[in-house]
Design a protein around this ligand. Structure first.
Ligand code: ATP
Length: 307
């Protein structure tokens, strides 16, 4: 009986390993496929940066498929070191803006410039090096939580990982895990909640310390305590960086330099929180709705909200 168990158990493990490897391979090929779509221009040079840059979207048009235009001429500027937030209904094209800035896709027409440099004319690697992304749903590697934080700067070392984790308010959580920083997380390890994963991504980004930050807020509802913590972490991560924040909860955006309201790939309103409230349009309606709904975490806007 025992003799039978061992090979069967082994086969089970082997089966899971192979299945997972195939999934990983599948993901890798999908990524490689994507990489091939975006090629460096002949003789492209690295992006030249000196501190947080100005980011400009100039009349950007984009379609994933020719028959369906997603963005219809989007123009805005994120001044150096400022935060611009994008809000709007699901499917309006918010995350697409983030993907285009990271150059997952090339735009149909218009330009995206970082300090005046068209991102199609510089090397893709240097653009990605300059940007830290905290995506909606962070995929963690099946490795230690320390490896996941250090990913991108593996030589930074344990102390740097701890400092980043502290700044992202996840250090205490990690210390309580069975093996602390050595605990294996990800699909095959300890599963973390959406909020915990997003904090790992924030720690990773703080460690990378890029001059540009893209924060794509998770759509999944967080409890108010978690939400406030993530917003505090986001503010600390965005300090002295040029930041594009894709927001689902308006409480995230009250301090933004400018708020862009997107609908069906068009900018329908823009301004500071106070200006948009005074305007009494789409944004004011969204704000009223979130204030009256279950999402009480948004709270009252601070008096200095327009700042
Ligand atoms: P949400 O708030 O739900 O995250 P969003 O405003 O960020 O939505 P996007 O993810 O930018 O919306 O998507 C905009 C539109 O583009 C949607 O209609 C979506 O179906 C479409 N879309 C997104 N990704 C792709 C893709 N890879 N191929 C084709 N269409 C896509």
């Amino acid at each position: 009986m025992i003799q039978l168990y061992i090979p069967l158990g082994f086969l089970g493990v082997l089966y899971r390993e192979i299945k997972q490897s195939l999934t990983d391979l599948d993901k890798m090929f999908t990524l490689l496929e994507k990489e091939r779509e975006i090629a460096d221009a002949p003789g492209a040079l690295p992006l030249q940066l000196d501190g947080p840059p100005t980011v400009r979207f100039e009349d950007v048009r984009f379609a994933y498929e020719p028959a369906r235009q997603i963005l219809h001429g989007i123009s805005f500027e994120i001044p150096a070191g400022k935060t611009v937030a994008v809000v709007g209904p699901s499917g309006s094209g918010k995350s697409t803006l983030a993907r285009l800035l990271y150059r997952f896709y090339d735009i149909g027409s218009g330009a995206i410039r970082i300090n005046g440099q068209d991102i199609r004319q510089v090397t893709q690697g240097s653009v990605r090096q300059a940007i830290g992304i905290v995506p909606q749903d962070t995929v963690l590697f099946n490795d230690s939580i320390e490896y996941n934080i250090l990913y991108g700067r593996p030589d930074a070392g344990h102390d740097a990982a701890v400092a980043a984790a502290r700044a992202a308010h996840i250090h205490d959580f990690i210390e309580r895990l069975p093996q602390g920083y050595a605990t294996v997380v990800g699909e095959r390890g300890l599963k973390l909640s959406g909020g915990e994963k997003q904090r790992v991504a924030i720690a990773r980004t703080l460690l990378k310390n890029p001059p540009i930050l893209i924060f794509d807020e998770a759509t999944s509802a967080l409890d108010s305590a978690n939400e406030r913590a993530i917003q505090a972490e986001l503010r600390s991560a965005a300090r002295n960086k040029t930041a594009l924040v894709i927001a689902h909860r308006l409480s995230t955006v009250v301090d933004a330099h400018e708020i862009i309201v997107l609908e069906h790939g068009h900018i329908v309103e823009r301004g500071t929180h106070a200006q948009l409230l005074a305007q009494g349009g789409v944004y004011a309606g969204m704000w009223a709705l979130q204030q009256s709904g279950a999402d009480t975490a948004a709270g009252s806007p601070p008096a200095s909200a327009a700042g």
